[in-house]
Design a protein around this ligand. Structure first.
Ligand SMILES: [Zn+2]
Length: 275
């Protein structure tokens, strides 16, 4: 969390207010979110630089700077990336970790209540090396059932764990893995390499469909996720299994079961509909 739809929403929201702007000042309140960069190098690189593009890759928001560097944010559970047109309220400022003031006004803020997220700064080569190790993007046209079949072949781990593995498939985390496996009617604990071709096709369709619907709803807010304008998402209203343990299955009415048997993560399923 946040996963593909949430990070894509953030990137789309901040792009018009951020791309083309010069960073006038940069301030870092806490250094413990930094990876692959020192506080000093981050602030020196950001100050006076210009944001030339904003993209998403997997669960990362990637800001390309005129210097060729990538500022990479992964908000995780309690972080958000927001561009404000106004000064921050005391409550917003309290959890602001990185604050950049922008040319033509505006403040680009990475806010993180528990600082579980990370901020990286990579040069072009460092970024290319990192992104090459990530799996395919499920909302790109090249992502087919065959692509998914290749990603799942040769691993005995539970199919749910396999589709959440960012080296096999980019952008899917616990929420959308649970939802896609329910929609595809597949038991999440099945070994990935044992899925039949028609099951892989169903899972491919379910992954693409749930990510598209979640993106159209600006993502899922179960805790602290906010869009790039500070609003909650809406897809939590459409969840069929995630966070619904004990509630009735929308297909058969039987009680949904929650387990922690796969990688200690919360898995909720209908033991009758998912085989
Ligand atoms: Zn059911």
């Amino acid at each position: 969390m946040p996963e593909l739809p949430e990070v894509e929403t953030i990137v789309r929201d901040v792009t018009p207010k951020l791309v083309g702007r010069r960073i006038r000042t940069a301030r870092l309140a806490k250094s413990d979110v930094l990876r692959r960069v020192s506080r000093r190098r981050l602030l020196e690189t950001l100050t006076g630089n210009t944001v030339v593009a904003a993209r998403r890759r997997a669960k990362h928001a990637v800001f390309l700077l005129a210097s060729g560097h990538r500022l990479v944010g992964q908000p995780r559970m309690t972080g958000s990336l927001i561009v404000y047109d106004r000064p921050l309220t005391p409550d917003e400022a309290r959890y602001a970790v990185l604050t950049c003031t922008l040319s033509r006004g505006g403040r680009f803020v990475y806010r993180d209540i528990r600082r579980l997220g990370t901020v990286w700064l990579l040069d072009e080569r460092g970024w290319e090396r990192y992104t090459a190790r990530l799996g395919p993007e499920p909302l790109e046209p090249g992502f087919t059932a065959d692509t998914l079949a290749t990603a799942l072949a040769g691993t005995r781990v539970a199919v749910k764990k396999a589709i959440m593995d960012q080296r096999r498939l980019a952008g899917v985390g616990n929420i959308y893995a649970n939802e896609a496996l329910f929609d595809a009617r597949i038991d999440p604990s099945r070994p990935a390499h044992r899925l039949a071709p028609d099951e892989v096709r169903a899972l491919h369709g379910a992954i693409v469909d749930v990510l598209r619907r979640a993106l159209a709803a600006s993502g899922t807010t179960v805790r602290d996720y906010r869009t790039g304008t500070g609003e909650p998402g809406n897809f939590q209203l459409e969840l069929k299994v995630y966070d619904r343990g004990g509630e009735p299955c929308v297909h058969c009415g039987r009680r949904l079961v929650t387990t922690h048997a796969i990688d200690l993560r919360q898995t909720t399923l209908c033991a009758f509909c998912q085989r």
